[in-house]
Design a protein. Structure first.
Length: 194
């Protein structure tokens, strides 16, 4: 095995231990969330076991860090995200963040078409923030039936049944930020009186 590869692997254990300590988790709690036995986690952290993808992937997910951060891959120096659009039903979803867990940002595009779809509100864990870029977005939120125009924002707890779609026959583009339950999107702005 080449020396550079060995050097990278030797730093994984201490990094795993530091991430676990930072989160305040015990080995038993981490074992419960990943399905990895406590003894294996202990050997990984001490460096007596070499990590493989079958162990690193669930650990990266549990610690909510990208895999390259977990193994200490050298930074590319390029902060750009190269999103890969995904088709979901009739919508195009473009992920704008790469870090698993925490807040996730997406650009969503609903194509032009009839606006007469019947809403089917759903609820789930989390918190949602929407910003309409172009077009008009129909948002059904509990008992409310709203139309958001370009530049308008909505935020809501996703336990409340919700649904969104085109408000008219035109396409609509919007930004969507989703967070775990209790984690809200915060806008920081400075106010300068004139």
């Amino acid at each position: 095995m080449d020396e550079e590869f060995e050097a990278v692997l030797s730093t994984v254990g201490p990094r795993l231990r530091a991430l676990r300590h930072r989160s305040g988790s015990t080995l038993a709690e981490l074992s419960a969330s990943t399905g990895i036995p406590v003894s294996t986690l202990s050997r990984l952290e001490s460096g007596s076991r070499k990590p493989g993808l079958e162990l690193l992937l669930p650990l990266a997910r549990a610690h909510q860090v990208p895999l390259d951060e977990l193994v200490g891959a050298p930074a590319s120096g390029d902060p750009r995200v190269y999103p890969r659009p995904v088709k979901h039903k009739n919508m195009t979803v473009i992920p704008l963040t790469r870090k698993p867990g925490g807040l996730q940002a997406f650009k969503q595009i609903l194509p032009a078409g009839p606006a007469d779809r019947e809403p089917n509100p759903r609820s789930h864990e989390g918190y949602h923030w929407l910003y309409v870029l172009n077009g008009r977005l129909r948002l059904v939120l509990g008992e409310q039936d709203l139309v958001l125009a370009a530049g308008e924002v909505a935020e809501f707890d996703t336990h409340l049944p919700h649904w969104f779609g085109n408000a008219d026959a035109h396409a609509v583009e919007f930004l969507s930020i989703l967070g775990p339950q209790g984690e809200r999107f915060h806008v920081r702005a400075s106010y300068r009186p004139e």
